[in-house]
Every structure is written in structure tokens, then in C-alpha cells.
Design a binder for this molecule. Sequence first.
Ligand SMILES: Cc1cc2nc3c(=O)[nH]c(=O)nc-3n(C[C@H](O)[C@H](O)[C@H](O)COP(=O)(O)OP(=O)(O)OC[C@H]3O[C@@H](n4cnc5c(N)ncnc54)[C@H](O)[C@@H]3O)c2cc1C
Length: 455
Amino acid sequence: MSASTKQLEAFVSDIGDISFKDDAKVLAVKSKDYFWYSPILKDQLDDCVGQLLVQPKSEEEIITVASAIARHRIPLTIRGGGTGNYGQCVPTEGGVILEITKLNKVLKILDGRVVCEAGARIEQVEKAVSESGQMLSMFPSTKRLATMGGFVSGGSGGIGSLRNGMLRDGENITYLRIVTVEEKPRIIELQGKDILKAQHAYGTNGIITAMDYALTPAKDWSHTIALFNNYAAALDFAKQAQEENLDAFLMTVVERRFAQYYRKLTNYFPSELDAVFSMIAPEAMADYTARVKDAGGTVSLAKTLHEIEEANLPPAWECGWNHTTLQALKQEPSIWTYLQVAYPRPFDPKLVERQMKRYGDELFFHHEMARMDGQIQIFALPILRWTSKERTYEIIREMEEKDGCMIFDPHVITIEDGGMKDIDSTQIEFKKEADPYGLMNPGKTRGWRPEMARN
Ligand SMILES: Cc1cc2nc3c(=O)[nH]c(=O)nc-3n(C[C@H](O)[C@H](O)[C@H](O)COP(=O)(O)OP(=O)(O)OC[C@H]3O[C@@H](n4cnc5c(N)ncnc54)[C@H](O)[C@@H]3O)c2cc1C
């Protein structure tokens, strides 16, 4: 249910000189993310639009906004860079969009940690910490636009997950500072494992204003492509390299049918071979090259980031995870959508062979080497030739029931139907504290019921 004109006028009058916009074109742009990857979500979300955009510049201004939101009971959607895939920052009930990108200071850089504001773009934080010889423990390939808060609230892992696990693992995040949405907003500080109360909660339970995030020593990674005669050999190479701890930051196995979409890489990724894209530590390059040779492959590209940029080629992180999907969708948007698959452990490459045979031209595969809960975890984000919702869910069911895979469904908007499967009661309990009127990002968690709201 959207806010009335009266509610919005009262809100505007309460926020004083905090910048806001109500231009229809601006609101249309700021109400979208990358949900268009899914034809199902496109149908569902295309017409959803916010009614007002606010752009606070400080935590103090955020508190003023949160208080006015609570007082006038207006739906509130937080927006970072707007690069999420599942309509995570699409306002399904109109109301106010709070764009947090002006809250963007890097506050402290320590040995192994950075403390920054939530609206800081990931790449900006990366640049700041690079002066201390460090880098982020992981990042999404959308780092140029994506914010630290958006990654923590909407993301799960990415480039670096091969070594450092998923966002929720270990000490990747150890502190979140949160503003509650109440008449008198409070600051709640979550430490250690308590951050799971708000991490990956899609901005449904409090406004994150700052965080503490893990750093690792920076390396001048070599961005490489290794080519193999068949997909099984490419997958075996990557699996073994990861199991034997080859010093890499990213390893993604991409089948030859994707080569047509990597237009800048035609000289390095021909359409008759399968590829492994990696980021390899400089001191591990000799080992890497020998391993590729032993596995029957050849290295077609090995350049530092600086050399990659000079040659106008994409870095390895734009060739894996969801950027692979983007390469195909950019060129053939009406043909493709995608799936997100987590394989049972221990990973069995034979299962991939069976799936590739079963789905033929319907699915093109790429596989991501990662760690989860300290163990090796292989994911795939295959692109799926779009036919219908029924067929999409038939494939999802087959992969779950026959193959024992878990599908993080990218065609749904709730946290539970997507990755988490079950309602996280800890997050819902926290929502009662941080968003007691249930105003934040309505419709994105099944765990919240209207009767839970404070009167
Ligand atoms: C090509 C491509 C590649 C991608 N690769 C990856 C990847 O490797 N790994 C991955 O995890 N994701 C990936 N994503 C998804 C997305 O880019 C990342 O999760 C990104 O970090 C989101 O950041 P954002 O600032 O754009 O968040 P937004 O899209 O703006 O927001 C995401 C969610 O977080 C909430 N939110 C934002 N800021 C706050 C805040 N301060 N407090 C509370 N809630 C907040 C929003 O309401 C929304 O629900 C990819 C997407 C694309 C299109």
C-alpha cells in the first residue's frame, strides 16, 4: 500500500533541508535493480515505483529520516548502488527510497580491517585500503557501483570467496552499526556473530550506517585464461588446484559456448575450447603454468591488472560469477535468463557431465570455485534459455530432487524463497526491534506478518 499525499507532505515537512526528489523519471530509475535478468521478476516488478527519493549525507540526517518514516508510517526502501538481482531494492509498496550513497566515508584502516560508512562504493573503499598494501577479503564484480552496505545486506560472496568463504563466514564482517526505524531511532551495534541478525536481510531490519570489514594483504594478481579440450578437463584442473591450495583469488570454469559473448577476448578464448579464468598470485605462476600443462591445457593469457587495463581487456572478475551471465544477457536479452546452483559436497564433476547432457542447448554452464563454512563449495550460474516459468521450475525441481543440488532461486523476491529457504527467526526477532512497524522493504521477507507490528 503506497503512502498518501498527506503522509508524504508531512514527511517532507519533518525532514527539513535534507535533499529529496520527486521527479517521476528519477524515481523510475531509482526504483530498479538488475531484476530484469529474470523474465518472471520483470513481469512482477516493472511497474513498482517509489514516491519520493531522499539522499541523506550523514547518520544524523538518516536518523531524522527514520524518525519521520516511523511517525508517518511510510514504506521505506534502502538503496545502495542498485545492482542487486532480485528486486532487492525495488519498492513494492511505493513510499520513500533512501539512497545511502552520500554516507560514504572510509573511517579507519587497520591491519586486516577497514571501518567505513555503508554508502561507500566498494571500489572507493578498495582504493583507500590499497594505500596500506591491503585489499578487501572479497567483492562482487559490480564493485564500481555497488556499496559496502548493499553487499552486506544483499550479497552473499564473490571474488575472493575461493579463499575467504562467503560473506557470513569467519570474520569477513565483525561489526554493523544500525539505525532503527522508530519515532526516536536508536543506534544498535552488532558485533561478532550477531551481525547475522542483519546480514543478507535485504534492508528489512534496520538501516546499516557503518561496518567493519576484513582486509587481506594485496597482491598483484595475474589475470589468466587457461584453455582445455573439454569441459571435464577444465573442471578437474580447477577442482584439483583448489583442493591443493594453489594461491588464487578467483577461479571460474566457463564452457566454450560462452566464448561468443566474450567479444574482447576472441584471441584468448576461442569457441572450440573451454576456459578457466583465474586470478593467480605472482609467486604461484610457475606452479599454475606447470599444472595447466600437466592437465593438458595451455595458458592463453596472463597479465597483471595494469597490463589488462592497458590492453583494454576485461579483468578476470568480469568473466565469472554473475558477470558471465551479464555478458550473455547484454547481447541476447530476450533469449536468456539464469539459475544459481550450489552442488552437493564433495563435488562430483560427473554430475556436471550428466546435467550438460540432460539439458543440451537449454543451459550453458560455468562453475565457480568457492569456500563455505570453511569447506570447498562449488557453485554454477548457468544461463537458461527462457521458455516459460513452468519449464524453469521443472529444471529447478530436477536439479534439487534428482541431483541433490540446492537452487538459490533468482526468480523470487523474498529472502526465504531465494537463498535461505527457511525463515530466519533471529532476523525476524531483530526486525521487531529495528523496524517495529514493519515499514522496511515490504514484501521481501515471508517471516514478517502484519500482526507482529507494534501498534
Ligand atoms: C553483473 C553482476 C554481478 C554480481 N556479482 C555478485 C557477486 O559476485 N556476489 C554477490 O553477492 N552479489 C553479486 N551481485 C549482486 C549485487 O551486485 C551485489 O550483491 C552488490 O554488492 C549489491 O550492492 P548494491 O549497493 O548495489 O546494493 P543494492 O542493490 O542497492 O541493495 C541490495 C539490498 O541491500 C539493501 N541495502 C542497501 N544498503 C543498505 C543499508 N545501508 N542498510 C540496510 N540495507 C541496505 C537494499 O535495500 C537491498 O535490499 C551481482 C550483480 C550483478 C548485476
